[in-house]
Write a protein that binds this ligand. Structure first.
Ligand code: FDA
Length: 299
């Protein structure tokens, strides 16, 4: 109830006030902010992935502009030898406008990244784009690109079949719960069901030699993953933990201290406001998390 109320009221608040809510989760407006965040986390032994925040892309010019921003990120990663890679939302470079147009933009990014030894992650957006995102991944692998990975959402009922259909690639996959509001026909809604599916997908991936980015802040799943890592003798070749910038920082640092690789997701860009409001609308629970961060200063 409180979450819904905050979500409804936030878009009416002045930008400066929303900034108070959002700033912990966004590196800043400029690429240099993302570079600095990466450098700071590197001093703790961590890595990052950088994401350019873009408005909803409805035309090809905007998609090309977004692609150019991503090319700048790849250049910066190479120039500064940063322990990071690029994460992209496929629709931000045009996949939602036209598959072939979006695919060519993604391919241009992955081609440049490959030439510089940089990895590219295709984030997973809402369900209308799942098929095309996985199709783009398959097509890139078919074209010989091995510096690319995707994301699988444990709340989607189709996820097991998706992983099964891609297992021969031995892919690098970020496993998360999923953040969009999906219908109960296609997505698990129950908290426990989502956790159970997360565990099922984790087992499938480890049984089939995937690289897993264990992207969660859920204490129960982190404990589960740590126990499995120990039991299976998994190494940094097989997994890493992933968290969002500004979330559960104490737990994140504890994972580093325990000898795990940890990567944080670092969004930056002038559209931090649109991004924050969209995220809050997509998932009212986020409003509660963000509100909470005002009162707890250490994640
Ligand atoms: P859950 O939501 O149950 O949170 C567990 C606990 O963590 C909460 O009780 C709270 O204490 C804390 N917490 C979680 N999120 C918080 C927040 N934002 N602020 C403060 N506290 C928070 N989704 C997607 O659909 N496509 C994608 O490509 C990605 N990519 C991605 C990358 C990375 C690195 C991460 C960590 C997450 C994503 N996600 C995502 C988001 C993901 O699907 C999911 O919505 C969030 O991680 C929250 O789920 P948890 O597993 O953390 O559990």
């Amino acid at each position: 109830m409180i979450n819904k109320l905050i979500t409804a009221v936030l878009p009416l608040m002045p930008k400066s006030l929303v900034h108070i809510f959002a700033k912990k989760y966004i590196a800043g407006e400029q690429l240099t902010d993302a570079i600095n965040t990466t450098r700071n986390f590197e001093t703790l032994g961590g890595k990052t992935t950088i994401d350019v925040l873009g408005e909803f892309v409805t035309n090809k010019d905007a998609a090309n502009h977004e692609k150019d921003m991503c090319l700048n990120v790849i250049d910066a990663i190479d120039k500064h030898k940063l322990p990071t890679y690029l994460s992209i939302k496929p629709t931000s470079v045009g996949l939602g406008i036209d598959y072939n147009f979006g695919f060519e933009n993604i391919k241009e990014l992955v081609t440049k990244a490959k030439s510089l030894g940089v990895f590219v992650r295709l984030d997973m957006e809402n369900s209308p784009y799942t098929d095309d995102t996985l199709k783009a991944y398959k097509q890139l692998r078919g074209d010989g690109f091995d510096n690319v990975g995707f994301v699988i959402q444990a709340y989607m009922k189709r996820s097991y079949d998706d992983l099964n259909s891609l297992k021969d690639y031995k892919p690098n996959v970020r496993l998360c719960k999923g953040i969009y509001n999906e219908s109960p026909e296609i997505a698990y809604k129950d908290f426990h069901e989502i956790r159970e599916n997360y565990k099922k997908l984790f087992h499938f991936m480890t049984d089939n030699d995937f690289f897993i980015g264990i992207a969660t802040h859920d204490e129960y799943l982190i404990d589960f993953a740590e126990a499995e890592i120990k039991k299976r003798g998994m190494t940094e070749q097989n997994y890493e933990f992933q968290m969002l910038l500004g979330v559960k920082e104490n737990r994140r640092n504890e994972l580093l201290t325990n000898g795990h690789n940890v990567r944080i997701y670092v969004p930056f860009g002038e559209d931090w406001y649109g991004y924050s409001i969209r995220r809050l609308k997509e998932n009212p629970k986020m409003a509660g998390h963000i509100a909470k961060s005002i009162f707890t200063f250490n994640g």
